[in-house]
Design a protein around this ligand. Structure first.
Ligand code: UDP
Ligand code: MG
Length: 317
């Protein structure tokens, strides 16, 4: 009974992934052989500038399970692109998978098993990671810092590779939030969630599309959207520095009246420097929130879809 089988959508954000597309198609479709679920392979293209489009046309013509969403330009994915995928996918469950196949599609079978056991979110946990030392240290620190700072329960070392039940997908897709950080929203939604461990190898084809500064931006997005602690720290620092300033004020007043005029050039310099720095830090943190409030208030959609390529049922070439 083909049609009574549940549908799983596999959403893949793609930016200049021409070299990986055939591989993605082969590995994902192989997972769905002898697997009691129907597949929708939803490739969400983030304005690629390479030959990806040719491949999309080829795959769509070849297999009606493939749908491709083309963005009108590059929207600096993957976050807005995954969000577009969640909104467009039709499945009873949606799997989020990167095009570079650093996350093994074969794990989808384990995800589905947990889903059937009643978990609404099943996410991959990277127990071992390959790739450069700096990146590994960066990732390790990131997940621990965000976990410490956040008011939602972020699982450590879980990327966006995961399976989300339709209920979770609908909730995330219905949010009016523009600064989407899917891992955060996924944790925020709640319900029964569980992790599945796996090893994460380095990218096989192509270079990571992420520069150092984009990682930093992603980390800032995650922290500011899912933690109020930076703002709270600023007010604590302000209280602390105000107290110290008051104490120093009395101290120097006392010196001024009881001793010769202080030589305190160094003290003065330090005071100016420290306070100046504190003010800048405080302004910086406030600016981080302000930028995002501004973005939310504008209510601009996080992406624009150009067109959807799909083979209509019954099409014959
Ligand atoms: N990606 C995207 N838009 C971009 C950059 C990346 O949709 O502007 C996609 C990319 O094709 C990949 C995923 O996001 O499927 C993760 O990118 P990448 O592997 O470069 O990041 P990393 O794994 O190094 O964090
Ligand atoms: Mg990658």
């Amino acid at each position: 009974m083909e049609n009574s089988m549940k549908l799983i959508s596999v959403v893949v954000p793609c930016y200049n992934e021409f070299d990986n597309l055939q591989n993605v198609y082969d590995r994902v479709t192989a997972v769905f052989e002898n697997f009691p679920y129907q597949l929708e392979l939803l490739l969400v293209d983030d304005g690629s500038a390479d030959k990806s489009r040719e491949k999309y046309d080829e795959l769509v013509a070849l297999d009606e399970r493939v749908r491709v969403v083309l963005m009108s330009r590059n929207f600096s994915g993957p976050e807005p692109i995954l969000f577009a995928g969640l909104k467009t996918a039709k499945g009873d469950a949606v799997v989020l998978l990167d095009a570079d196949l650093q996350d093994p599609p074969e794990l989808i079978r384990d995800f589905a098993k947990k889903w059937e056991e009643g978990y609404s979110v099943v996410y991959g946990v990277r127990s071992k990671r390959e790739g450069s030392l700096v990146r590994r240290i960066g990732y390790t620190c990131f997940y621990r810092i965000i976990r410490y700072l956040s008011f939602v329960d972020f699982p450590v070392d879980a990327g966006h590779f995961s399976l989300l039940d339709r209920r979770v997908v609908d909730i995330i897709a219905s949010l009016s939030e523009k600064d989407v950080f899917v891992r955060g929203l996924r944790a925020w939604v709640g319900f029964k969630q569980i992790g599945v461990e796996y090893n994460r190898p380095d990218r096989e084809f192509g270079e990571t599309t992420f520069s150092f500064f984009r990682y930093v931006r992603t980390a800032k997005d995650a922290i500011v959207n899912f933690s109020y602690k930076p703002l709270e720290y600023v007010s604590s620092i302000a209280i602390g520095s105000a107290t110290l300033t008051a104490i120093a004020g009395f101290f120097y007043l006392y010196i001024a009246f009881t001793k010769d005029a202080p030589r305190g050039f160094f003290t003065l310099l330090m005071a100016i420097l420290i306070l100046g720095t504190l003010q800048l830090v405080a302004l910086g943190v406030i600016a981080e929130y302000l930028i995002r409030i501004f973005r939310e208030v504008k209510a601009r959609p996080p992406y624009v879809i150009d067109k959807i390529l799909e083979k209509k049922k019954g099409d014959r070439e």
